[in-house]
Each structure stands twice: as structure tokens, then as C-alpha cells.
Design a binder for this molecule. Structure first.
Ligand SMILES: NC(=O)c1ccc[n+]([C@@H]2O[C@H](COP(=O)([O-])OP(=O)(O)OC[C@H]3O[C@@H](n4cnc5c(N)ncnc54)[C@H](OP(=O)(O)O)[C@@H]3O)[C@@H](O)[C@H]2O)c1
Length: 292
């Protein structure tokens, strides 16, 4: 049985959906089993016969982490360590999610798994610490670094921008940061495929959608789709802006494109293009009747 930690989060919900749809035996926990508390974890697993852990829990408020470093570290590093130790004690593999924000964005080609990590912000630092703890404490671990996630119900760029576009006549969006918007549905499918492969090829892997863009181009594509699908009643003008003119608490990498070569080669995954996945996500919104 798979123990899915962080099952109520944006990614966790999608992973639980795919487990359910695939007939995979799983159980989920979230906030009610605090991963920073060893007693809470021990009590929860006392009678739990899991043979896999998938950890989608995390402290994910990138800007807030700048002033809540201890809490972010407790969840992203110590929580990850606790799960790694519990997995190792049961000889169960652990699949743990990490982030493109472990890199400083100075690369000029897509980041490979072995590239030097140098986080620019507190969130990235705590996530990188979590990676080290997972590697050190659980030899049967997968660390999947991903980026720019969006999905139903989470706090994410698509929902934020749709809401702003419905409220304002024009918007300024950062045009000098490049990355790959990634639908949690696609990442969840990749996670399920890795588990089902039974390959035991542990290590660090990168997964995002294929292709890359800037936040500005991404916003324009959301606008185009929203207008075409009737999710937005009128046009909103979107203007590019340099990140230096758009101050935020946390520094973010200017370039966070991840190379997917290793995960494709190892698990034979087909990775959808970000525009196609975004169009499918927006179409689902239309079907659900949830306008911005
Ligand atoms: N979102 C992105 O763009 C992005 C990009 C790269 C990597 N990632 C990584 O992907 C993973 C999933 O992200 P997400 O966007 O799905 O995050 P999310 O929606 O914030 O989900 C995380 C879940 O973990 C729960 N959680 C937080 N602290 C916990 C604790 N101490 N014990 C148990 N559960 C706890 C959260 O509960 P509360 O809601 O109550 O806090 C939430 O349900 C994370 O590891 C994140 O770092 C995300």
C-alpha cells in the first residue's frame, strides 16, 4: 500500500485521483498527521502496512518563507527527513517532490540533475536541505524536481491571473524569468508511471511539461485561451515588466528550465507540451463551468 503524504494539496489531490483511477492501493494523510512531529508520525503508522511513501507535502509559500524560515525548514527539511527515516525503517521506497528553485538560474542550458544547486531564496534552501536529508536517510529514494505547477484548487498562477484579468483592464507581468508551466495532472501521471515501472532506479529526476516560456507569455496564453473558451468576458491588456521593477520578498531564478532527458530515457515517459496541457486544463474549467 502507498502512503500518500500531503494528499490534500494541489499535487497530492491529483496523485490521489490517479491512484484511485488506476486501482492502486493507497492511503492519504495531510495536516492531521504533522510530518514535523515524530510522535504524530509514529502513532499514525503504528498499524499502517505501507510499502511506499509518496511525499507531496511541503511548505510552499515562497515569499512568506523569507520571514518564516524556521517553519519552512521544519516542514521541507526535517519533515522530509522524518519520512525518509520511516521509509528506510520499513525498507519502503520514498518518492519526494522538490523544486527548480534549488538552482540560481544562471545556467544557459536546461538544468541537469547533477548541476550545482545554489538556491536564491529561503524556500529553495529548505527544499535543497530536504533533498540532502532524503538522500542521506533513505537509499531507496526518488527525488523529483518540478516547477511552475498549476492545477485545480491550488494557489497557482493560472487562477491568480484569471482572477486579475477579470477584475482589471490591464496587467503587468514579469517577462525576464523563463520556466515550464506544469499541470499537476501530468506530473501525477509521471509519478504513477515511476511507481508502476518497478524499476528501482532510485535517484534525482527532473519533470516539467515540455517547452518553456516567460510568465508574461504564459499570461498571454491564459488570456488567449480564456477568451476563446468564454471564461473571460472582455479583453485585458497584458504588458511585460522586468522583475527588478516588480519587487517580491523572495528572489527567483531568471532561468529555471529543467532537462527531462534522464526521466524520459529511464522511464520512457512522453512529456506533453505546456501549451497543450494548459489548453486541456482550461477546457476542464469550461466543462466544470468555473469561470475566473
Ligand atoms: N506549486 C509549485 O509551483 C511547485 C513548484 C515546484 C515544486 N513544488 C513542490 O511540489 C510539492 C507539492 O506542491 P503543491 O503546490 O501541491 O503544494 P500545496 O498545495 O501547498 O500542498 C502541500 C500540502 O502539504 C500540507 N502540509 C504542509 N505542512 C504540513 C505538515 N507539517 N504536515 C503535513 N502536511 C503538511 C499542506 O497543508 P496546508 O495547505 O494546510 O499548508 C498542503 O495540503 C511540494 O513539495 C512543493 O515544494 C511546487
Amino acid at each position: 500500500m502507498i502512503w500518500l503524504v500531503g494528499a490534500s494539496g494541489m499535487l497530492g489531490r491529483e496523485v490521489s485521483e490517479i491512484f484511485r483511477a488506476s486501482g492502486i492501493d493507497w492511503i492519504g494523510s495531510d495536516r492531521e498527521v504533522d510530518i514535523t512531529s515524530r510522535p504524530a508520525l509514529s502513532e499514525y503508522i503504528q498499524n499502517l502496512q505501507f510499502n511506499w511513501i509518496v511525499n507531496c507535502a511541503g511548505y510552499t509559500a515562497v515569499d512568506k518563507a523569507e520571514t518564516e524560515g524556521n517553519l519552512a525548514y521544519a516542514i521541507n527539511a526535517e519533515g522530509a527527513k522524518n519520512l525518509a527515516e520511516l521509509a528506510a525503517a520499513r525498507d519502503a521506497p520514498l518518492l519526494h517532490i522538490s523544486t527548480d528553485y534549488v538552482f540560481d538560474g544562471k545556467s544557459t542550458r536546461p538544468y541537469r540533475e547533477e548541476d550545482h544547486a545554489a538556491p536564491l531564496n529561503v524556500y529553495g534552501t529548505t527544499k535543497f536541505a530536504g533533498e540532502l536529508m532524503v538522500r542521506e536517510n533513505c537509499s531507496r529514494s526518488y527525488i523529483i524536481r518540478t516547477a511552475w505547477l498549476y492545477g485545480q484548487g491550488g494557489t497557482n498562477f493560472v487562477d491568480t491571473i484569471l482572477k486579475l484579468m477579470s477584475e482589471r483592464e490591464n496587467l503587468q507581468v514579469v517577462s525576464d524569468q523563463r520556466g515550464s508551466p506544469t499541470w499537476v495532472r501530468d506530473l501525477a501521471a509521471a509519478i504513477a508511471a515511476i511507481i508502476r515501472s518497478g524499476k528501482d532506479l532510485y535517484g534525482t529526476y527532473h519533470y516539467t511539461s515540455a517547452g518553456d516560456t516567460t510568465w508574461y507569455e504564459y499570461a498571454r496564453e491564459i488570456h488567449r485561451l480564456a477568451r476563446a473558451k468564454g471564461l473571460l468576458a472582455r479583453d485585458c491588456i497584458i504588458n511585460p515588466i522586468e522583475s527588478a521593477l516588480f519587487p517580491s520578498k523572495a528572489r527567483r531564478p531568471a532561468f529555471s528550465i529543467l532537462s527531462k532527458e534522464k526521466i524520459v530515457r529511464t522511464f520512457g515517459l512522453e512529456i506533453p507540451d505546456w501549451r497543450k496541457s494548459l489548453a486541456r486544463f482550461m477546457e476542464e474549467r469550461v466543462q466544470r463551468g468555473s469561470a475566473a
